[in-house]
Design a protein around this ligand. Structure first.
Ligand SMILES: Nc1nc2c(ncn2[C@@H]2O[C@H](COP(=O)(O)OP(=O)(O)OP(=O)(O)O)[C@@H](O)[C@H]2O)c(=O)[nH]1
Length: 746
């Protein structure tokens, strides 16, 4: 009989609910649990790895997870070819920024860059483009550069040490999201001693590491060959840049931004001609980075302001990657660089125009073949148009630039007047620049407040000049452990850095290198400090000098002003015509100054009219240049009224004599003594007798003794009576009338 297994039903297992077996099992279970708990409590490391293999596996897994977290793939929002990486070359003035960019461009493109202006785009590899930008040396330029830098090359003058510009830029970078940073030491060829060079390199490297991070890359450019950095070193640097991984900065990846490498003013010229300050239409060109930018977006143009984008257009890449560049024709060459502002590439950008570069062999009137053309055009006249085009090629400056630099000569002996001076003069007249003393130097150049400040700094510095003629000054930058140490070296202002230790980096080198032998700098600083101490001692001993000490800078400043004023003093026209006078106005003024110092000081604050009036009064009082024949002190300013004029007119032959005598009869000489004054010295030509006027001044009379006086008077009276009788007999008309007639003529 076949049994169907599937249909068979088995009795299900029934566990014991009670009984001895059940109790036994329960007990066993409970025991196990208790022992587990006990073990847990007793051994907290119960869950640690029991086997080393397992431990290794778990450890490596944890590290992997952590690394994966750190390297989360960054979402690349950009499409198409990635925009070039921006390499900002930064450093103090004259450190070699332009030269480094030129050398790198030469390395990548085999092209000589004439000048570094604006961003320079080059193709550095199959998948990589780089954009080099020179960082300006002002704080605003640094802030702008920090916003778009993917890599910052910090150039440091190795022969001098770190300068403030480097640390300022590092601080700015920290605020903007720190990009990659590499240091480059230049001017190392100025070290003659190899040991000193090695030590300096080491010291600067460690300093650099402290400021950035341990192991930060620092390159050394050992010197120049044919005015360029050594090829090998540039090659190494370029390779390093080519393989560098640029970590995107999160803020930048989520915001669109453009580094403008070319701009064009599209405003109609007539509009600008009519109103120079009209709203301009400007087209900006550049690679878009970050995320997408749309029409109508509000944009901020660094240093200009906020604007909205009226339109945005995608243009063909001016410098495409070699892989992406599709040759359209045989003449299309691979373009490995694009620098419209520097005059490299097909387009050259200028202040007021955009030039298209056409090769010489493609154009007829190129300047290059000037000599050849002179040869070929022999015998036949050159075309007028050709001559004009060639003359245009010779111009170096635009009309605007020429006008800016031009000056006119108003007076032969005066310095030339430039347009800015004229503008300043007008400003002064208008009272806009009341305090702004823009003066014309003897060489014709304008000296602004900044110049004055510079001069002051220089003059101050010259006070503490050391033996080398290098002046120095130091101040602390707020909120920083660095101290600024300003020096003037070869006419250049260098802002050295003193680190927290209080010792200048440069001095440190000397200290390290020259051990016991005191270096120049140290010696000079010693001498400075001793000088300062001496000054302090002097101050303590002599109270009178305190004032000078307090006003030291002011008085120095005044000294230089006085000298400059004297040197600028224009010759007076009066002196030129009448010659140098012994008693000049300044000496008179000085005399006045001595007597009435207070009054003169007050003159400063008197209205102009009052001052003029007082000066005029001074003239009337006889305070005029006595040698100056052109001035008639007592008569010039005498005012005659109408009545006086009439009286005077009547005293002449043409006037009415009778009226004159009636209106204002002159006191008729009553006494004979009065007559004396009228006649004065007299010589009788007929008789040959001489009659001298005897002075009857009080002063003269006082000198004559009283007894003799009476006798002399008697004699003189007798003489005069005789003389009068004689005169009357000779001239029939009255003497008095004659006197009246003569008086006005005197
Ligand atoms: N001896 C020596 N001279 C150098 C070195 N690097 C640059 N120079 C010279 O320093 C001068 C200034 O170089 P630039 O490249 O114009 O310096 P810069 O930093 O661009 O100057 P600015 O743009 O004015 O700030 C040039 O005459 C260079 O030849 C160097 O390593 N050694």
């Amino acid at each position: 009989m076949a049994v169907n297994d599937a249909d068979q039903s088995n009795k299900s297992h029934r566990t014991r609910q009670s009984g001895a077996k059940k109790d036994k099992k329960k007990l066993k279970k409970k025991k196990e649990q208790d022992s587990d708990d006990d073990q847990k409590q007793l051994n907290p490391k119960a869950f640690a790895f029991s086997s080393s293999n397992k431990a290794k596996r778990l450890q490596s897994r944890a590290v992997e997870k952590e690394q994966r977290r750190l390297h989360v793939p960054i979402i690349d929002r950009s499409y198409g070819e990635p925009a070039p990486f921006v390499i900002v070359v930064q450093g103090p003035p004259q450190v070699g920024k332009s030269l480094l960019i030129k050398s790198l461009v030469k390395h990548y493109t085999k092209q000589n860059l004439p000048e570094v202006r604006g961003p320079i785009t080059i193709v550095s590899g199959k998948q990589r483009r780089l954009q080099f930008v020179e960082c300006p040396n002002d704080i605003n330029g640094m802030i702008d550069a920090a916003k778009f830098a993917d890599l910052a090359l910090l150039l440091v003058d190795g022969s001098y040490g770190f300068e403030m510009e480097t640390f300022e830029f590092l601080n700015i970078l920290q605020v903007h999201g720190f990009p990659k940073v590499m240091g480059v030491l230049t001017h190392l060829d100025q070290f003659k001693d190899a040991k000193k060079l090695r030590k300096t390199k080491q010291r600067l490297k460690h300093r650099f590491w402290t400021e950035i991070y341990d192991g930060a890359k620092l390159f050394y450019l050992s010197g120049l060959i044919n005015g360029k950095y050594v090829k090998r070193e540039v090659h190494n640097l370029a390779r390093f840049i080519s393989v560098m991984k640029f970590q995107p900065i999160s803020w930048r990846t989520s915001h669109p931004y453009v580094l403008v490498d070319r701009l064009e003013d599209a405003t109609p010229p007539e509009k600008v001609h009519q109103n120079k300050k009209c709203d301009r239409k400007v087209i900006l060109y550049g690679y878009l980075r970050g995320c997408n930018l749309k029409k109508g977006h509000k944009v901020h143009i660094a240093g200009v302001g906020d604007y909205s984008l009226p339109s945005i257009t995608a243009l063909p890449d001016p410098c495409p990657l070699p892989s992406a560049a599709k040759k359209k024709g045989l003449r299309d060459k691979e373009k490995l660089f694009y620098a419209p502002m520097s005059g490299l590439g097909d387009l050259m950008y200028d202040k007021d125009a955009v030039y298209i570069n056409i090769n010489d062999h493609l154009v007829q009137f190129s300047k290059v073949d000037d000599e050849n053309s002179a040869m070929t055009s022999k015998g036949k006249d050159r075309d007028v148009g050709e001559v004009l085009v060639k003359s245009l090629q010779n111009t170096k400056y635009s009309i605007n630039e020429k006008l800016e630099n031009s000056s006119i000569n108003l007076f032969g002996q005066k310095p030339k007047v430039s347009p800015e001076d004229l503008a300043d003069t007008w400003d002064d007249i208008a009272g806009k620049d009341g305090e702004d003393n823009n003066e014309v130097d003897s060489d014709g150049s304008e000296s602004s407040d900044q110049d004055e400040a510079d001069a002051m700094t220089k003059s101050e510095a010259s006070g503490s000049e050391d033996e080398d003629g290098d002046a120095s000054d130091s101040k602390t930058t707020p909120g920083d452990h660095l101290k600024e140490h300003i020096e003037f070296i070869d006419g250049r202002r260098r802002r050295g850095v003193i680190f927290g230790s209080g010792v200048n980096q440069n001095e440190l080198t000397d200290l390290e290198e020259e051990d016991g032998a005191a270096s120049d700098d140290v010696a000079s600083s010693d001498s400075e400090s001793s000088k300062a101490e001496e000054e302090e001692d002097d101050d303590n001993s002599d109270d009178d000098k305190d004032e000078d000490y307090d006003m030291g800078n002011v008085s120095k400043w005044k000294e230089s002003l006085a000298e400059r004023t004297l040197s600028r003093k224009t010759p007076s026209l009066m002196q030129l015509v009448y010659g140098e006078s012994t008693v000049n106005s300044t000496s008179i003024d000085n005399g006045n100054d001595n007597s009435e110092d207070d009054e003169n000081e007050e003159d400063f604050f008197k209205p102009v009219e009052e001052v003029k009036k007082s000066t005029r009064d001074g003239l009337n009082d006889g305070m005029v240049n006595i040698d100056d024949c052109s001035k008639c002190a007592h008569f010039v300013d005498q005012r005659w009224d109408e009545k006086d004029n009439k009286d005077i007119r009547n005293r002449f032959v043409t006037g009415n004599l009778a009226k004159a005598s009636l209106s204002n009869p002159l006191p008729r000489p009553n006494t004979e003594e009065d007559n004396d004054d009228v006649f004065g010295d007299f010589e009788d030509l007929e008789t040959g007798e001489k009659y001298e006027n005897i002075q009857t001044d009080d002063a003269f009379a006082a000198t004559i003794p009283k007894g003799d006086d009476l006798e002399a008077e008697q004699q003189r009276r007798i003489k005069k009576l005789a003389l009068r009788a004689k005169f009357d007999s000779q001239y029939p008309f009255s003497v008095s009338l004659l006197i009246y007639l003569l008086l006005p003529l005197i």
